[in-house]
Design a protein around this ligand. Structure first.
Ligand SMILES: Cc1ncc(COP(=O)(O)O)c(C=O)c1O
Length: 349
């Protein structure tokens, strides 16, 4: 295990705050299989409120939240889910989708920001030429788009995609693992994104800072079925109120400070751009992710990451680049430390 001086591998690496630890220790709990955990129920009610959905369901991971969301709409193997080619569901979760639900994807290549257009979605929804029947059950959209650099889907674009899907009678699931980052960057309330889609999931365990958990949100009937699927997938996690207590704090406090992570990501990009000319255009940083091209350091992405690790900075490879993510455990000083590390790495020291 590596102890990083500044860990920028992901916004999932945050440690629970003192307030979270106290709330967890004092949490009122019950058996969540039976729907009896009052703290889980409070978190679910609050999640429904902030997304403008009728109901919500607390689950252990973002992957499970997506897989439940997909399963709710998917009619069966031999059918497709339409999604962007580098979306989390079509890449990291592609095996899980196949293994859990028999899902195959019809992928759409997004632009450099990982964004699909309504026209592309409309084409993907045309009846299958071979069978001459509708075989697309669902459209999945991701906001922010993680593998494309934490990019924000414009509300008008989302509206147009959902309009096309609705016109074809196809529901839309939103992977909003970082929807609060999207909201902080765009000024669009999460409720407005939620109003466009049939189901929406978000993670409290990422930028919001909780140690564990995600929420699937949607109409009451769908969330009732989602509870069944959660149990089916092995996600009935008993006294989960211990984690939900931290989730409640994350949901109240987290969204207020995401703009700080975004400003630090922008500063990090500016510093790296100075250290390694041409490695990144800071204007491409939309939220809390910074993707750096390593050509200018004369090393591949993995080698660069190893060098950064030696300097005490954690980063990950992504899309052929070095990815760094700011989060609530990253201070202004940490950002300057990381920039100084990049300078040394670029100078070959
Ligand atoms: C966009 C997106 N969706 C879903 C997930 C899955 O979340 P988890 O790691 O909690 O399973 C991630 C994880 O990084 C993600 O970035």
């Amino acid at each position: 295990m590596t102890a990083y001086r500044v860990d920028l591998r992901s916004d999932t690496v945050t440690k629970p705050s003192e307030a979270m630890r106290h709330a967890m220790a004092a949490a009122e709990v019950g058996d969540d299989w039976y729907g009896d955990d009052p703290t889980v129920n409070r978190l679910q009610e609050r999640a429904a409120e902030v997304t403008g959905m009728e109901a919500a369901l607390y689950v252990p991971t973002g992957t499970m939240a997506n897989q439940i969301g997909l399963r709710l709409h998917f009619r069966g193997s031999g059918h497709f889910v339409v999604a962007e080619a580098d979306a989390h569901v079509t890449s990291t979760e592609v095996m899980t989708s196949a293994a859990f639900s028999g899902i195959a994807y019809k992928t759409i290549p997004g632009d450099v920001r990982g964004q699909m257009t309504a026209e592309q979605v409309a084409r993907a929804l045309e009846p299958d030429v071979l069978y001459d029947v509708e075989v697309v059950d669902l459209v999945a959209v991701e906001n922010t788009h993680g593998h494309a650099g934490g990019t924000v889907t414009d509300l008008d674009v989302l509206r147009a995609i959902c309009g096309v899907a609705r016109g074809a009678g196809v529901p839309v699931h939103l992977d909003g693992a970082r929807i609060f980052n999207a909201s902080a960057a765009s000024g669009v309330d999460v409720v407005e994104y939620g109003a466009e889609v049939d189901t929406l999931m978000f993670c409290v365990s990422k930028g919001l800072g909780a140690p564990i958990g995600s929420l699937v949100c949607g109409p009451s009937g769908a969330i009732r079925e989602a509870r069944r699927v959660k149990i089916l997938f092995g996600g009935a996690w008993r006294q989960a109120g211990i984690m939900a207590a931290a989730g409640l704090i994350a949901l109240e406090e987290g969204p207020k400070r995401l703009h700080e992570d975004h400003a630090r990501a922008r500063r990090l990009a500016e510093g790296v751009a100075e250290a390694v000319p041409g490695a990144i255009d800071p204007a491409t940083v939309e939220t809390n992710m910074v993707f750096v091209d390593t050509e200018g350091v004369g090393m591949g992405q993995v080698e660069t990451i190893v060098r950064l690790r030696e300097e005490g900075v954690g980063a990950t490879p992504e899309a052929g680049k070095v990815r760094m993510v700011t989060h609530l455990d990253v201070s202004d000083e940490d950002v300057e430390f990381a920039i100084a590390a990049w300078r040394r790495v670029a100078a070959g020291r």
